[in-house]
Design a binder for this molecule. Structure first.
Ligand code: NDP
Length: 289
């Protein structure tokens, strides 16, 4: 059997980790990056450097893309459309679901098939147990290349809509960024009070485990019920103000807590003051009509 082969386009920290994982797994790997010297280490490990995107596409059927955004996807592949026919593009670039859908159509127009991916781990966890990527797009393409994709991370196929992997990915990023920034606001307050991040760690870890709340809220949201009366929205709004005042009293930035307090007060103003925390979704969802 001939050696399995893959092209990797985009060698930021993520693409480099992916190309290295393929090399380690014994694949023949062709790489291309706009800034060519980012391929040097991979070439030293056995990768082949393509001179142009068209050459990289021509090298192998399976092409993994890891770029900053979908504008970069068109900037790289736009001038190389004649080399797209028959390729499988596994696009692990983050962007909006709409852009993923448009890219799948664009690729099909040039004879290529497009799988969208949303990688859920940072580069050091590529090739490690427990890592995961959401995929969506044609199921047969996913199944045909699943084993190869699993060299990188676990593969969680979500469905045929090419936007779906990015819907999951961006939803989780919304959760991730607000949690991580909340942690840094908290750590800044602790530091201001002479408490190190190490000392704070066990308390932060405990508070960051919101699995109980997510478990309970799911039932309420799906039933469109917001009667969680033990944590009324008026109380939540007052509590959010206390966080803002505490940070400001300490001379610290309060950008995210201010935004949260503003949302909570909007929910109260919209008539949800006596309802539970899940009523906040009424302020967040798309207005009717
Ligand atoms: P980077 O933004 O560091 O690098 C991505 C690559 O995009 C680089 O190779 C860069 O080329 C290339 N690029 C950007 N714009 C253009 C352009 N106009 N034309 C040609 N090439 C371009 O990203 P990462 O490697 O960190 O991540 C890649 C993707 O993975 C992103 O979509 C990111 O959101 C996602 N991701 C990243 C994670 C992480 O922790 N890093 C975690 C999970 C997902 P050049 O080297 O020439 O600048």
């Amino acid at each position: 059997m001939s050696k399995q082969a893959v092209t990797v386009i985009g060698l930021g920290p993520m693409g480099q980790a992916m190309a290295a994982a393929f090399l380690k797994a014994g694949y023949a790997v062709t790489v291309w990056n706009r800034t060519a010297n980012k391929a040097d280490e991979l070439v030293a490990q056995g990768a082949v450097r393509a001179a142009t995107p068209a050459e990289a596409l021509a090298a192998h059927e399976l092409v993994v893309l890891s770029l900053t955004d979908y504008d970069a996807f068109y900037a790289v592949l736009g001038p190389a459309t004649e080399a797209l026919a028959g390729r499988v593009l596994v696009n692990l670039t983050s962007d909006t679901p709409e852009k993923a859908r448009a890219a799948a159509k664009w690729a099909a127009g040039h004879g290529a098939r497009h799988l969208t991916g949303g990688v859920q781990v940072p580069p050091p966890l590529i090739g490690k147990e427990g890592s995961q990527t959401f995929y969506s797009g044609p199921r047969d393409v996913f199944e045909a290349h699943r084993a190869t994709l699993e060299v990188l991370t676990g593969a969680d196929y979500r469905g045929t809509d090419p936007g779906l992997a990015q819907v999951y990915y961006q939803a989780l990023m919304a959760l991730f960024w607000s949690s991580m920034t909340g942690y840094l606001h908290a750590a800044a307050l602790m530091r201001e009070n002479g408490i190190s991040a190490e000392e704070f760690r066990p308390h932060a870890l405990k508070a960051a485990d919101v699995s109980y709340f997510i478990g309970v809220m799911g039932e309420y949201l799906d039933a469109d019920r917001h009667d969680g009366g033990e944590a009324r929205m008026v109380m939540n709004a007052a509590s959010a103000d206390h966080v803002v005042h505490t940070l400001r009293d300490a001379g610290l930035d309060a950008t995210v807590p201010v935004a949260l307090a503003e949302l909570f007060h909007r929910a109260v103003s919209a008539g949800h003051g006596e309802e539970g925390f899940t009523s906040l979704i009424k302020v967040l969802e798309r207005p009717a009509g």
